[in-house]
Design a protein around this ligand. Structure first.
Ligand SMILES: NC(=O)C1=CN([C@@H]2O[C@H](COP(=O)(O)OP(=O)(O)OC[C@H]3O[C@@H](n4cnc5c(N)ncnc54)[C@H](OP(=O)(O)O)[C@@H]3O)[C@@H](O)[C@H]2O)C=CC1
Ligand SMILES: CC(C)(CO)C(=O)C(=O)O
Length: 329
């Protein structure tokens, strides 16, 4: 089984290294800067906050995919990069290839699905944070990769398990994706707050904004009759309540939420810092769009979207606007 990770950046290199460590035949399709960093380092260095520390060289590092075709392709591009990569994705896959789309948020796959022909397409999710420094990819929070359950992912999960690594397989990915979006509503806020996630969560005023954005998403999901998978110690509906607790109680009851690498920041923070386009339309923007369809007010998410859109245009934004939007809830 020939496997490729297409768009190997933070999450893709971590995944590619894990699959390579399990001795699967994995090639990474990545930018030249990533290939150069990996070669200079003698492989991909992966680590986690629980003591994993390993350097592995994948089977091949490809910067210009050509004739080669793969049986399984994990697509780890950002949401807005799928469309531009479509022709390459089609070229490196055949009619019976399996594609696993690993994007956060909603709507990126749907925008290209009609153009993927007969290929079997499923979803996957990265529940944890990956911090990239050169060829070093550090997992800063808990969780394992989640993939839709298919014969191909079952084989991959079994091989990973035999080497002491783990991933989760789910028959139903919709609740996982909707549940993960609840957490990703923090990506934009973290980018605007411009501080590590741990420090942000220790701030009551910022937690209130996040709680308000989450409440809106929970209300939209209720209107759509969709259940959310649980990624935290408490049920999704309880997360906003926990976030609104006073600092002293929050620190005591939600210690697991704060058990994250003190350096971890959201992937949107990285995009904003690098002056790149963000995934806001697929995260808080998706909440606003679905809220409109289902008659649910989403003022806080709209305020967050506006803030990020301004930042994407290089405008300064005031965190105070978001704090105000949440106060009015
Ligand atoms: N980073 C994280 O901690 C987490 C991210 N996620 C989600 O996972 C998804 C992927 O995020 P992440 O791994 O951070 O993204 P990255 O931006 O780190 O990785 C994507 C990589 O693909 C490259 N790329 C884009 N187009 C092509 C192409 N045609 N050929 C080869 N390479 C290409 C990009 O290069 P360039 O930048 O030059 O375009 C970049 O290096 C997102 O939806 C994100 O929200 C989920 C959980 C955690
Ligand atoms: C893990 C998490 C929620 C926060 O880092 C994330 O998905 C991201 O940064 O995109």
């Amino acid at each position: 089984m020939r496997i490729a990770v297409f768009g190997a950046g933070s999450t893709g290199c971590y995944l590619g290294a894990l699959l390579s460590a399990a001795k699967l035949d994995v090639s990474l399709i990545c930018r030249p800067r990533i290939k150069d960093a990996i070669i200079a380092n003698g492989g991909i260095h992966i680590s986690d906050y629980q003591g994993l520390d390993k350097t592995v060289m994948p089977y091949e590092l490809i910067t210009e995919p050509g004739e080669q075709q793969f049986d399984v392709v994990f697509v780890t591009l950002k949401c807005h990069q799928l469309q531009a990569a479509l022709a390459q994705l089609l070229a490196i896959t055949h009619k019976s290839s399996n594609l696993v789309f690993m994007q956060n948020g909603l709507g990126s796959f749907e925008a290209i699905k009609d153009q993927l022909g007969e290929r079997s397409c499923v979803f996957g999710i990265t529940p944890f944070n990956v911090l990239q420094q050169g060829a070093h990819f550090h997992k800063g929070t808990e969780g394992e990769f989640v993939f839709a359950k298919t014969p191909a992912t079952e084989h991959i999960a079994k091989t990973l398990r035999e080497q002491g690594f783990h991933c989760e397989l789910k028959a139903q990915m919709e609740p996982v994706i909707y549940g993960k979006l609840l957490l990703n509503l923090n990506n934009a806020l973290n980018a605007v707050a411009d501080m590590p996630i741990k420090q942000e969560l220790e701030n009551k005023a910022l937690r209130r904004v996040l709680a308000a954005a989450m409440k809106e998403w929970l209300a939209v999901c209720q209107a759509m009759n969709i259940e959310l998978a649980q990624f935290t110690k408490v049920k999704p509906a309880m997360v906003p309540l926990v976030l609104r607790l006073p600092n002293w109680l929050f620190k005591r009851l939600a210690s697991a939420m704060l058990d994250i690498d003190p350096r971890a920041r959201s992937s949107m923070w990285e995009d904003i810092q690098a002056g790149r386009k963000t995934e806001i339309a697929y995260l808080n923007g998706a909440v606003v769009a679905l809220g409109k369809q289902h008659g649910v007010a989403t003022a806080v998410n709209q305020a967050i979207v506006t803030c990020i859109e301004k930042r994407e245009c290089g405008e300064e934004v005031a965190l105070a606007d978001l704090l105000m939007a949440a106060k009015q809830k």
